[in-house]
Design a protein. Structure first.
Length: 277
């Protein structure tokens, strides 16, 4: 949804300009809590499925400020321009939101139980941020949300698609630790025959450090080992590339072992070129 930047307005003044799907909690005692008429995760699913490409910024996020001398004030994330667009939420969106909620409740709980952090068992991967997200996912009142985790909620539908692919790769392919012999081949130019497993978009965590949205293409080789090729979202050769990977491809690549994706051991194709079949 598009929200215009507004400052030093009372809650009632701001509320009149907001989509009807959102109400503002004006209680200064809990300034970080945001109330929704609709499950914000279902809203996020709808926005992930479709958001207008019209130059505006559409976010779940907004922040309520602390009380000043006379009244509560609201600071709202700005849009580039234009009027407010409201996502439509269907039963399919709500059903998908429940699947996502169930998945990440289980995943975050398993991370808590299986990891050891500086304050003891079960704390290694559950930062305060993730704890707040888990609290939201477990809560019966899923329409009241800490504003600090709205960005995380907005990302969950995309993350769900990615994590389901990673889970299937773990189940079906050789993702165990690399042998010493395999590690010794890191950075060595070699020819590979790769078959596509799946692809998904991602907007952070690129191995090269380059920022911006990109596509992850996951492949497997003759040894059932997994390989990752990262490609710009708007590569001018995308159509040719997508057609090429409908069948196994031959490449020459300098690859390096990685395990940055949930303990998944894979080869990152760094410097590579597509060979003629």
């Amino acid at each position: 949804m598009t929200i215009r930047l507004t400052s030093n307005l009372t809650s009632s003044q701001v509320a009149s300009a907001w989509p009807s799907s959102i109400t503002i909690n004006s209680d200064p005692k809990i300034p970080t809590m945001v109330l929704f008429e609709e499950d914000p995760l279902a809203l996020a699913v709808s926005m992930y499925e479709y958001t207008p490409n019209d130059g505006n910024t559409y976010l779940l996020e907004f922040y309520s400020s602390a009380e000043d001398d006379t009244t509560s004030t609201i600071s709202i994330v700005p849009s580039a321009r234009g009027s407010v667009w409201k996502p439509t939420v269907t039963e399919q969106h709500r059903s998908q939101a429940e699947k996502i909620r169930t998945y990440y409740k289980g995943k975050f709980l398993m991370l808590a139980l299986s990891s050891t952090g500086p304050t003891g068992p079960g704390t290694g991967f559950l930062t305060e941020f993730r704890k707040k997200t888990l609290h939201y996912l477990k809560s019966d009142d899923n329409k009241q949300v800490d504003s600090q985790i709205l960005g995380m909620i907005a990302k969950l539908p995309r993350m769900f698609d990615e994590d389901k692919i990673i889970d299937s790769i773990k189940d079906e392919f050789n993702v165990g630790e690399f042998s010493t012999k395999e590690k010794n081949n890191a950075g060595v130019s070699k020819q590979l025959t790769l078959t596509l497993i799946a692809s998904h978009s991602k907007n952070n965590g690129r191995h090269s450090g380059v920022r911006g949205e990109f596509i992850c293409y996951w492949f497997y080789d003759e040894s059932n080992r997994v390989h990752l090729i990262e490609m710009d979202m708007h590569n001018p050769f995308t159509q040719h590339w997508v057609k090429s990977i409908e069948h196994p491809i031959n490449i020459t690549s300098k690859s390096y072992p990685h395990n940055a994706r949930d303990g998944l051991n894979y080869w990152l194709c760094d410097k590579w070129e597509l060979n003629e079949n």
